[in-house]
Design a binder for this molecule. Structure first.
Ligand SMILES: C[S@@+](CC[C@H](N)C(=O)[O-])C[C@H]1O[C@@H](n2cnc3c(N)ncnc32)[C@H](O)[C@@H]1O
Length: 290
């Protein structure tokens, strides 16, 4: 992230959810709060049918498969969270929450869920301002936990929160690991293992290295690299499934599922979803603590 500035990529992902919610029917994810959480410039684009078409279908057309993954990853995570709640998990920790609005969209039956939004203090400050009047609708069970992953450990901030390390939890880590060096991903998983009792679950998405992509899909990754770099948030790590299996195993996690881009498409992007086909280099992985 740029020094002294909140996350610009988090605004872009909120804009994708706002665009999808405002202009697509049927929807993979219904996120009516995303429009108020993104930046003023993205808000103007998303509210206009013409500007949003020009932006998402023309200027950023190459990145449309990335947009599809952004929408699918939230939907997948919320589906898995619901299943976890059914098994009695009542703590939800969002690592790098950005402008995620789940706390405002909690489905009936989720009232007992304690939600911990961990994010950079600058991103969190802007989110709280943009929540405006929606802030009154936030559940009392939501706790904002500021963290600068580059200066603080996950362990120290969880210690300071009301997170209960004796109870299982569900962790989401969406759109974040690709911005961290691979050793930071490993050390976060190691810390998570210490704070996640058996049965706890983790969902995150990751980018495959270019060598795993077909030549026709590599330009999508190159376009994403340029897009994030220009926003001061360059991509940093790429993993194969074999890398993540080894890492997960080392820290005591089982891989429940590697939800491939083809799986995402088959599950969520059926006809009528406006040509949303998830990028072949963007799988989602679901882990469970042994
Ligand atoms: C691409 S956004 C993803 C946001 C959200 N999870 C989503 O899916 O829309 C990346 C998030 O990582 C957070 N982040 C990046 N660097 C960070 C750091 N050093 N410490 C804490 N959070 C950081 C940003 O504030 C931002 O919210």
């Amino acid at each position: 992230m740029k020094k002294n500035r909140h996350s610009s990529t988090a605004e872009a992902t909120a804009a994708v959810r706002a665009w999808h919610t405002l202009h697509h029917e049927p929807r993979i994810l219904d996120d009516p709060y995303a429009i108020d959480l993104t930046s003023g410039a993205w808000r103007r684009i998303c509210r206009s049918r013409l500007l949003s078409w020009l932006t998402f279908e023309w200027v950023l057309k190459t990145l449309k498969p990335i947009a599809a993954e952004i929408i699918c990853r939230s939907r997948y995570t919320e589906d898995k969270l619901e299943a976890a709640m059914g098994k009695g998990i009542d703590q939800y920790v969002l690592l790098g929450a950005g402008f995620d609005s789940y706390a405002l969209r909690q489905p009936p039956g989720a009232e007992k869920l304690r939600i911990f939004e961990l994010d950079h203090p600058l991103s969190q400050e802007v989110k709280r301002q943009r929540l405006g009047s929606h802030g009154d609708q936030l559940p009392n069970s939501l706790e904002f936990v500021p963290i600068d992953f580059e200066a603080q450990t996950l362990a120290e901030v969880l210690e300071r929160s009301s997170y209960d390390p004796q109870k299982p939890a569900f962790f989401s880590w969406l759109g974040v690991v690709q911005y961290l060096p691979s050793n930071a991903v490993a050390s976060t998983l190691e810390t998570l293992a210490a704070y996640a009792v058996p049965g706890s679950e983790v969902v995150f998405d990751y980018l495959l290295p270019a060598s795993e992509l077909s030549p026709s899909d590599r330009p999508i990754l190159e376009r994403l690299q340029r897009f994030t770099e220009r926003r001061g948030e360059p991509l940093s790590s790429y993993f194969t499934l074999a890398d993540l299996r080894t890492m997960a195993d080392q820290y005591g996690f089982d891989v429940v599922e590697n939800f491939s881009p083809a799986d995402q498409g088959a599950a969520y992007c059926q006809e009528g979803n406006h040509g949303l086909t998830p990028f072949t280099g963007y799988p989602i992985i679901h882990l469970r603590r042994r």
